[in-house]
Design a binder for this molecule. Structure first.
Ligand SMILES: Cc1cc2nc3c(=O)[nH]c(=O)nc-3n(C[C@H](O)[C@H](O)[C@H](O)COP(=O)(O)OP(=O)(O)OC[C@H]3O[C@@H](n4cnc5c(N)ncnc54)[C@H](O)[C@@H]3O)c2cc1C
Length: 392
C-alpha cells in the first residue's frame, strides 16, 4: 500500500513553502525554544508585521475564509500547515489570545457587532488579554470574585485579576466577572469585553524568572463597561470558558510535539559535542525521549481525527497538554545533566548554547501551569477518559 497526501495537499504545501521562503522574517528562525523565544519587548514590531502579512496572504488561520485571514483550507491542509510551520520553528504570532481564544469565542457567542472585532484580533491589530485567573481563582476558576454590577446601560466592575498575559500591551480584555453572587458559583459568571484604556484599570507587570515581564496583575476600580459589551447571555459565561480552553488546546499539540522532536535532536548534538554519545545511560535517556515524542505525535494524530470528526475538544488534548509540557521539562533537564557542572548555569561563555538548556528548563514550567495545570489535566483524564469518580 502506498500512502501519500494527494496532489491537492501537495500543492497546498508547496504554496506555503514558497510563501515562507519569500516572506518569513529572519527573527522567526530564533523562536525554537522557550528561552530562545524570549524577547525584551512583549510583542516586537517584526512579530506584529509578520502576523499581518500572514493574515493578508490567507496564511494566518488557513481554515477560515479570506476575510478572516484564511483560505478555506480543509482540516488535513490545516494540519499540514501547522506541521510545516512548527518544523521550521516559525510562530504565527507572539500573542495567542486574540486569534486562538477570542476570535473563536466571539464567532461562537458574540453579537454581530462583537464579531466585527474578529478580523483585527486575528490579524493582531488589536492585542487581547484574557482576564480569568484571580488570587483565589486559578484551577478553581468558578470561584472568581471580580464583581460587575448592572447599572442602567453599563456594568460597574471592581476586583482583581492576576497572571494576565499581555495586559500591559493589550487594547482589549475578555474579562470574566461575577454578575450574580447569589447563584451557584458556575451560574453567576458573565463575560465582558473591556477596553484596557477605560478609567479605573491599573496594570502592574509581573516579572518572570528569565527577566521578561509578559503578564501582569490587573486591578479594576469602578470601571464602567457598556451593556453592549456583554458576550453571550448574562450569567452564561461559564459555557464560554469551557469553549475558550478547548480552542486553546486543539491546535497547540503540533507545535509542542515539533518542539520536543527538535529538542531531542539538540540533545543528540549536545551528547556528541560533550563526547559522551557512547555513554549507555545518556543514550538510553535520549532514546526514551525520542520514543515518547514519537508516541505523542501518533496520539496527536488520533486526537486530530476525533477533533476533525466531532468538531469538539478530544480527551486526547488534555493528555497531550500534560505529556508534552512535562516531557519538555525533563528533556531540558537532561540537557543540563549532559553538560555536567555548568548545566544549570546560564552563562554566555561556559554553558552550552549560551544557557539554552537551563533557560528553557526554567521557562518550561510555565507550560505545566498555563491553560490548566498538570494536576488538573490528570483529574480530567481520570474522570472523563477513565470514568473514575471525583476524589473526596
Ligand atoms: C505563563 C502563564 C500565563 C498565564 N496567562 C494567563 C492569562 O492570560 N489569563 C489568565 O486568566 N490566567 C493566566 N494564567 C494563570 C493560569 O491559568 C493559572 O496559573 C492556572 O490556572 C493555575 O491556577 P493558580 O496559579 O491559581 O494555581 P492553583 O489553582 O492555586 O493551584 C496550586 C497548585 O494546586 C494544584 N491543584 C489545584 N487544584 C487541584 C485539584 N483539584 N486537584 C489536584 N491539584 C490541584 C495545582 O495543580 C497547582 O499545583 C497564566 C499562567 C501562566 C503560568
Amino acid at each position: 500500500m502506498h500512502l501519500d497526501w494527494g496532489p491537492e495537499v501537495d500543492a497546498f504545501r508547496a504554496e506555503l513553502v514558497a510563501f515562507l521562503d519569500e516572506h518569513a522574517p529572519p527573527e522567526t528562525r530564533s523562536q525554537r525554544d522557550y528561552a530562545m523565544g524570549s524577547h525584551e519587548e512583549v510583542v516586537p514590531q517584526w512579530a506584529r508585521d509578520w502576523q499581518a502579512t500572514l493574515f493578508d496572504h490567507g496564511w494566518m488561520i488557513p481554515g477560515y475564509p479570506p476575510e478572516r485571514g484564511g483560505r478555506n483550507a480543509s482540516s488535513v491542509q490545516t494540519l499540514v500547515y501547522l506541521e510545516e510551520m512548527s518544523a521550521r520553528g516559525i510562530p504565527r504570532s507572539l500573542h495567542f489570545p486574540g486569534y486562538a481564544i477570542v476570535a473563536p469565542s466571539l464567532l461562537d457567542f458574540g453579537t454581530p457587532a462583537q464579531q466585527e472585532l474578529v478580523p483585527a484580533a486575528i490579524r493582531g491589530d488589536t492585542i487581547w488579554c484574557i482576564g480569568m485567573s484571580e488570587p483565589n481563582a486559578g484551577s478553581d476558576l468558578a470561584n472568581l470574585q471580580t464583581r460587575a454590577v448592572l447599572d442602567g446601560d453599563r456594568f460597574v466592575v471592581n476586583g482583581q485579576k492576576v497572571w494576565t498575559s499581555y495586559a500591559m500591551v493589550a487594547g482589549k480584555c475578555c474579562l470574566y466577572v461575577r454578575t450574580d453572587p447569589a447563584a451557584p458559583k458556575h451560574q453567576g459568571i458573565s463575560l465582558l469585553i473591556v477596553d484596557m484604556d477605560t478609567p479605573g484599570i491599573d496594570v502592574r507587570p509581573l516579572t518572570h524568572i528569565n527577566g521578561n515581564a509578559d503578564f501582569a496583575e490587573v486591578f479594576f476600580t469602578d470601571v464602567e463597561v457598556p451593556v453592549a459589551n456583554l458576550v453571550g447571555e448574562l450569567n452564561g459565561g461559564w459555557r464560554i470558558t469551557q469553549g475558550s480552553l478547548a480552542h486553546e488546546r486543539a491546535g497547540l499539540w503540533v507545535e509542542a510535539v515539533a518542539r520536543l522532536e527538535q529538542t531531542v535532536t539538540g540533545l543528540v548534538d549536545l551528547a556528541h559535542r560533550r563526547g559522551i554519545a557512547q555513554d549507555p545511560t545518556v543514550r538510553r535517556a535520549i532514546a526514551k525521549g525520542y520514543q515518547q515524542a514519537a508516541s505523542l505525535r501518533a496520539l496527536g494524530y488520533k486526537g486530530f481525527t476525533s477533533f476533525a470528526a466531532r468538531g469538539t475538544s478530544a480527551p486526547e488534548h488534555s493528555y497531550m497538554k500534560l505529556a508534552t509540557s512535562e516531557l519538555g521539562t525533563s528533556l531540558y533537564e537532561l540537557g543540563m545533566e549532559i553538560q555536567g557542572a555548568y548545566g544549570p548555569v546560564i552563562d554566555e561563555e561556559r554553558s552550552e548554547e549560551a544557557g539554552r538548556w537551563a533557560l528553557s528548563f526554567f521557562v518550561s514550567f510555565a507550560n505545566t501551569i498555563a491553560g490548566g495545570t498538570s494536576e488538573i489535566q490528570r483529574n480530567i483524564i481520570a474522570q472523563r477518559v477513565l470514568g473514575l469518580p471525583r476524589s473526596a
